[in-house]
Design a protein around this ligand. Structure first.
Ligand code: ZN
Length: 438
């Protein structure tokens, strides 16, 4: 039987140890059937369709381990502030006023468009009113784990915190089998905003529904100070004391983990999703990625929300992760380009429970792939694709995107929804957020 599609050209960077100067990726029923040298592709029948990269780099779709998609509305709304003031004086009040299902669907569409156009094909998105976010990703045709947020105080769509788990249950049931590429999860905001009982119930409910759960973990010094004062334990130890650390799929941030906490996470098989650009902007510190890897912790990368990044480009995140590691260790050999790229592919995939599914172009893996432009000064010359991706490429270099073998971006145009209309509507909403006189 003929393949549905052949993506050829190159260079092809298909994963660690898998690269060819002239490559070919064949796709059937949404999966890769062949990834390797162009010469080695010898199908029994010609593929139904061919997409020539015309010299552009072909790579697996990047995996954004953590974002809050709908926060695109608050991009650049309150910058240059400490995290506590940023969150409590600006973001939480803006969320209370503006976040509703219609806003979440619209602003998640914007986030999805931005992510696709910068090379991300899989995302883990945590926020509120998440049935609306699930609808957005379902419409876009992007691979997503959509997580309903859990907090102990009133939140958008959950005015009564006593109802938070009823909302979670409804959400999990709503998502069940509705879209082939969208699955559900839960996201407890953090150990300092969720009581022990809330964290335990989040873990229990996730297990009951067979979905992953996540939390922000060890982001700021303030958090560590609060946890020690309140519970006499750092966040990972706190979760271990509650008997739920091993049920956590991954923690987000991991900036202030000491060696003991890192060892605890490694033993429990819990990953850390580092969001270095956001950590830098909020001056939270940076995640010690080389140290965590050495301790045996799985590390992935995420952008965090657009209000603290302020973009959702995983290609941009590669550069930040690599440079943070080199600067923090004062060692230019720390976190090589290949290692950095692998964090955003197999690292993030493992943190999301999608190992063996995404993050690599090999037979049996999802046909989620990205083709970059070839003819740009900053991509000329390109000796080493991994180095180019980490040190030279921009999100705007993305030209074509496939998710599960379906082309969702062609020549930088999103094919599955009207992104221009979405941008116009978000700009209209942002004028209301900015208020009169803006
Ligand atoms: Zn976050």
């Amino acid at each position: 039987m003929a393949d549905d599609l052949l993506v050829k050209g190159g260079p092809l960077w298909a994963g660690v140890g898998l690269s060819w100067s002239q490559g070919a990726v064949a796709v059937k029923d949404g999966l890769v059937t062949y990834a390797g040298s162009a010469d080695g592709y010898q199908p029994p029948a010609p593929p139904a369709k061919v997409l020539d990269s015309q010299g552009g780099l072909i790579l697996p779709g990047l995996v954004n381990g953590h974002t809050h998609g709908a926060m695109t509305l608050f991009r650049g709304l309150a910058d240059d502030l400490p995290l506590e003031a940023w969150l409590h004086q600006h973001i939480f009040p803006a969320e209370a006023k503006w976040v509703n299902p219609e806003m979440v669907e619209l602003c998640t569409l914007l986030a999805a468009g931005e992510m696709l156009l910068s090379g991300t094909t899989t995302v883990c998105d945590a926020y509120f009113c998440m049935t609306a976010a699930a609808r957005a990703y379902g419409q876009v045709g992007m691979r997503a784990i959509v997580c309903q947020g859990v907090l102990d105080f009133p939140a958008p769509g959950v005015p009564d915190p006593g109802q938070k788990f009823a909302v979670c249950r409804d959400f999990l049931e709503y998502c069940q089998g509705r879209w082939p590429l969208v699955s559900a999860g839960l996201f407890a905001h953090s150990c300092y905003t969720c009581s022990p009982a809330t964290l335990q119930e989040t873990s229990r409910l996730a297990a009951e529904h067979g979905v992953p759960w996540f939390t922000h973990l060890s982001e700021t010094v303030h958090e560590i100070y609060t946890m020690r004062q309140r519970f006499g334990a750092d966040p990972a130890q706190h979760l271990a004391n509650l008997g739920i650390l091993e049920s956590l799929k991954a923690g987000v941030h991991g900036v202030w983990l000491d060696a003991e906490e890192a060892a605890l996470l490694a033993r429990a098989g819990v990953g850390i999703i580092a969001c270095q650009e956001s950590e830098m902007k909020l001056a939270s510190g940076t995640c010690d990625i080389p140290g965590l890897l050495a301790a045996g912790v799985t590390v992935g990368l995420g952008t965090d929300g657009a209000a603290s990044n302020n973009d959702l480009s995983m290609i941009g995140e590669l550069g930040f992760a690599s440079r943070a590691a080199k600067l923090d260790t004062m060692d230019p050999t720390a976190l090589s380009a290949v290692q950095t790229l692998d964090l955003a592919l197999t690292g993030s995939a493992r943190c999301l429970g999608l190992e063996g599914v995404v993050g690599r172009l090999a037979p049996g893996f999802a046909a989620d792939l990205v083709v970059l432009q070839a003819l740009a000064p900053h991509l000329t010359p390109m000796y080493d694709p991994a180095s180019a991706l980490v040190n030279q490429c921009r999100g705007a270099d993305v030209r074509h995107v496939l998710v599960a073998g379906r082309q969702v971006v062609a020549d930088r145009q999103v094919l599955t929804f009207d992104l221009r209309e979405v941008m116009a509507r978000v700009r209209g909403l942002a004028r209301q957020v900015a208020g009169p006189g803006a």
